[in-house]
Design a protein around this ligand. Structure first.
Ligand code: IVH
Length: 673
């Protein structure tokens, strides 16, 4: 590192990290954001710029440190110092009363016993180990004794503090559940269906999959994960009396704790709270499949002890199963943003797990055919992962005579255009770009958080703008004028001003957000970021042909074709130009040099172990900026292995293959930093 640089502005950097962490906490833990995503991005970019010039001063809890290289050759194992137990189940109130009696008998106690009742989160159980207050290891439950090291993935989860707030023991282990909030799960599945990927059956599967994802990291999915803490297994400070104190401590340390937990004086109060939770179930942001009942007193917990599989002091109190049968009244067809036609079963209303279900998505023609769902059929429905209603199967024995196979219509139900289905796609689409259904959905998408994030442009207004033909193509939204807005029904001066101000703020955006907003098929957050990083500005991207698009990291033929086709369309080009004319803008950045060029052109690197003062992501960025390529596995083709502290098997393999090994100093020198 050169000696003639200014000293790092450490105080400013830590202040930025603190500020960003505070906003992340408000956003992810308290659902109460104070600033817009765009403002968050601005602060983040300021910190990143400082970190780029002064990597050695990167705060240990900087949000940039959440992003690291994922483990490459499979997950290493982590032995839990204390086993991660499972829970015994109770299916109804009588079984809970029996549990209470058992516990009191063991404690030789007549008096009622106090319990804490918590939601039983339906996700993946994990353990987090903190050393000297800093997050060191995240592990899955595994078989309870040995789990998998998922630290790299979970560092991206913003509800996991990288550093504990306040005092803590030298070693602390915290247990809790990684869940995928239902709203994010639904969005994720919509996105997957649009990209012709199979939908996840339920939030638990989606969460567990994201946690254990090795390659081709799906950033959006990892970011959407949420951690909720419920136990401290090591490093519990003295002086705490009950589970309620433990939950308070966890919140003080900076964890998200389920809000709906209650201290109950006796078992009858537990049953009451459980019923209340069941009634609340469909209003909760995360999936739960029951409650967990725990003896409040930590001293009594210790006295009761545990069996090999489960503790004696806690039990899972399950909700009744949530599958029911009902009748399909009709099958309707909805038109999505990309014109995709989705058949939706309209059901005779039925209570499933405490929720009234009336609609169920049938996804696409193939799904309907596979399940052969027909109007008039009796079907088994379930709330998948207990929320999204799904048709599980048809009860064929109860099929009335003279039913007909369902087929998607030949014409778009909204604009009557002839629909198309490409040979290798599951989806049938309305090809009319002016179809009002598509326009509305595209407008919603354009205004959404990850795109232009337009404040003041909500659902109702989208409907109105399209219906009243104030917006006939997307760019029209940035040409809206006060006068025409104020002419809309229920639109006051204030809402018009709000929208105009929101539009003004959104005009200054990033290239990635702009690309997301265009609604190009297969271009979600991750792809948009790759494109933006690679091309630096829009014009080089517009000039790129399919081949140069395929050269972008992480972009295969399908995405490249979709992008090339989008920009080849003169109407889309005109829209892009008009958006720019209407003041939409972003900062240019230097494009990454193409593979094979630059000072490190064509050199292949593998990074392993911990690099002091240089997060792996930063090392990767720097290498790529100079034209090098970073891969995950060591082979004969590897030019350099960069070995940090505690490098393991990759280092051995590199030695065996005679690959040149760099320590951090050697890497810094090579990078010319
Ligand atoms: S306490 C000693 N509390 O349910 C057992 N577990 O079926 C400690 N779970 O493995 C578990 N919500 O992954 C506890 N509020 C909660 C929970 C919870 C979900 C999971 C956990 C556990 C499984 C047992």
């Amino acid at each position: 590192m050169s000696a003639d640089r200014d000293p790092p502005p450490r105080a400013r950097m830590q202040a930025l990290a603190d500020e960003l962490n505070r906003h992340a906490r408000l956003y992810y833990l308290e659902d109460a954001p104070e600033i817009s995503d765009a403002d968050y991005d601005r602060l983040f970019r300021e910190l990143q710029a400082l970190e780029n010039t002064h990597p050695e001063a990167t705060p240990s809890d900087s949000p940039s440190r959440r992003v690291g290289a994922p483990p490459a050759d499979g997950f290493s194992e982590v032995e839990h110092r204390l086993p991660m137990l499972s829970l015994d189940n109770a299916m109804d109130a009588d079984e809970i009363r029996a549990f209470d009696e058992r516990v009191r008998r063991m404690l030789e106690r007549e008096a009622p016993l106090a319990y804490v009742i918590e939601p039983k989160l339906d996700g993946a159980g994990v353990e987090l180990v903190y050393q000297e207050g800093e997050l060191a290891v995240c592990a899955t439950r595994g078989d309870g004794r040995v789990g998998e090291d998922v630290t790299a993935n979970l560092r991206r989860c913003h509800s996991i503090p990288l550093r504990l707030q306040g005092d803590s023991a030298a070693r602390v282990s915290v247990r809790g559940e990684v869940v995928l909030p239902i709203a994010r799960f639904e969005r994720l599945n919509e996105d997957r269906l649009e990209r012709d990927l199979e939908a996840f059956a339920n939030p638990r599967n989606a969460a567990a999959g994201a946690l254990r994802q090795l390659h081709d990291i799906d950033l959006a999915r990892l970011r959407a994960l949420e951690f909720r803490a419920y136990a401290v297994r090591e490093g519990l400070p003295g002086g705490l009396e009950g589970q309620s104190d433990v939950l308070r401590l966890l919140a003080d340390w900076g964890f998200r704790v389920s809000e709906d937990h209650h201290l109950c004086p006796d078992v009858e109060a537990v049953i009451e709270k459980h019923e209340a939770l069941l009634a609340l179930r469909n209003q909760l942001p995360v999936e739960i499949d029951g409650s967990v009942v725990k003896v409040e007193s930590l001293a009594l917990q210790a006295e009761l002890g545990e069996l090999s599989r489960s503790p004696r002091w806690a039990i899972a109190y399950k909700f009744p199963p949530s599958q029911e049968t009902t009748v399909v009244r009709a099958i309707e067809v909805q038109v999505g943003r990309t014109g995709a036609l989705t058949p939706v079963a309209k059901l005779e209303a039925v209570q499933v797990g405490g929720v009234t279900v009336q609609n169920a998505s049938l996804h696409n023609q193939d799904e309907v055919e596979r399940k052969d769902v027909r109007v008039g059929d009796t079907v088994v429905v379930q709330r998948a992962g207990d929320v999204i209603p799904q048709v599980v199967k048809v009860v064929t024995s109860q099929r009335p005579s003279r039913t007909r196979r369902f087929r998607l219509p030949k014409r778009c139900p909204v604009c009557r255009s002839t629909v198309v289905r490409l040979e290798d796609e599951a989806v049938t689409r309305c090809p009319n770009l002016d179809c009002p259904a598509q326009l509305k959905n595209n407008l919603r998408h354009l205004a959404s958080r990850s795109a232009f994030d337009i404040e003041g442009l909500g659902e109702k207004l989208v409907e109105q703008l399209v219906e009243e033909q104030l917006v006939a193509r997307l760019s029209d939204v940035f040409a809206l004028e006060r006068e025409s807005l104020e002419g809309l029904e229920r639109m006051g001066e204030k809402s018009a001003s709000n929208l105009l101000a929101g539009l003004e703020r959104s005009r200054a955006t990033t290239l990635a957000r702009f690309l997301i907003a265009l609604g190009i098929r297969h271009v979600g957050e991750t792809v948009a970021q790759q494109l933006a990083r690679h091309f630096g500005d829009l014009d080089p991207l517009l000039a790129a042909d399919q081949e140069s698009l395929e050269a972008v990291e992480g972009i295969g033929p399908t995405i490249a074709e979709s992008v090339a086709r989008f920009f080849a369309d003169t109407r889309n080009r005109a829209e892009v130009e008009r958006l720019r004319e209407l003041g939409v803008r972003w900062e240019k950045s230097a494009p990454a040099p193409p593979r094979g060029e630059g000072p490190l052109g064509g050199k292949t690197f593998v990074l392993t172990g911990t690099l002091v003062d240089l997060p792996r992501s930063r090392a990767k960025q720097r290498i790529e900026a100079l034209g090098g390529v970073v891969t995950s596995a060591v082979s004969k083709k590897t030019d350099y292995l960069v070995a940090g502290a505690e490098a393991g098997t990759k280092l051995e393999k590199a030695r065996k293959l005679g690959v040149e090994i760099l320590d951090q100093a050697a890497l810094t020198e090579l990078l010319g930093d």
